[in-house]
Write a protein that binds this ligand. Sequence first.
Ligand SMILES: N[C@@H](CCC(=O)N[C@@H](CS)C(=O)NCC(=O)O)C(=O)O
Length: 228
Amino acid sequence: MERTLYELAGKDKNLRFSPYCWRIRFALAHKDLEFAGVPWCFTDKAMIEFSGQGKVPVFVDGDRVIHESFEIANYLEEVYSDHPPLFPSGSSAEVRFINAWTDSIINPFLSRMVVSDIIKILDPKDEAYFRQTRETFFGKKLEEVTANRDQTALEFRRALAPVRTVLKAQEWLGGEQPSYADYILAGSLMWARCVSLFEILEEADVVAEWFGRVRALYGGIGENAARA
Ligand SMILES: N[C@@H](CCC(=O)N[C@@H](CS)C(=O)NCC(=O)O)C(=O)O
């Protein structure tokens, strides 16, 4: 069966940088499922019109079309139940919290550190759209949003305290093996890593060490990913 993942890309079509698409990249690798990754730009709305909405990831599996990363992960778990589990406890219910925490706390921190770098890696056709929508959202210029990023990085690292606590007790957020919980947070960190050279984590941090372990999984798909 043919599987396709529509993924956000920059002017370099190999540079795939959406946090939500990275979650699904890792999830598909975990399940050992082959797929074609189709590069998509913010202004390519018509390309994914068939999904009934305007955001990626969009995952097509034969005649099934799914959007929303968490829904895609649930779909993969249900349909490919004989492949390694993304939710080893048998339910995605608790992981929904990590998804919500990452989206509502971690992603805004990351955005305040790297949003002005994103515009530099975009396909030129996306630049005006990105600047206009994001500057309306923040109520200021992108460059002003990241102006205090050294300070933001300190606050961000403090916000990772619960992750640090867990990783001091176990190797992965999923326990003894990586699970979708790992891919949620690592997907967001991949976003920052792919678009910016700004150091969001200190090297000696257990979170940085864990992120290195996630990047090394599945032949190093994270480690070897195209970067700015
Ligand atoms: N809750 C969605 C979020 C998807 C999302 O926001 N995707 C961004 C790319 S990172 C997007 O497609 N944005 C389109 C736009 O801003 O026009 C998920 O988890 O899949």
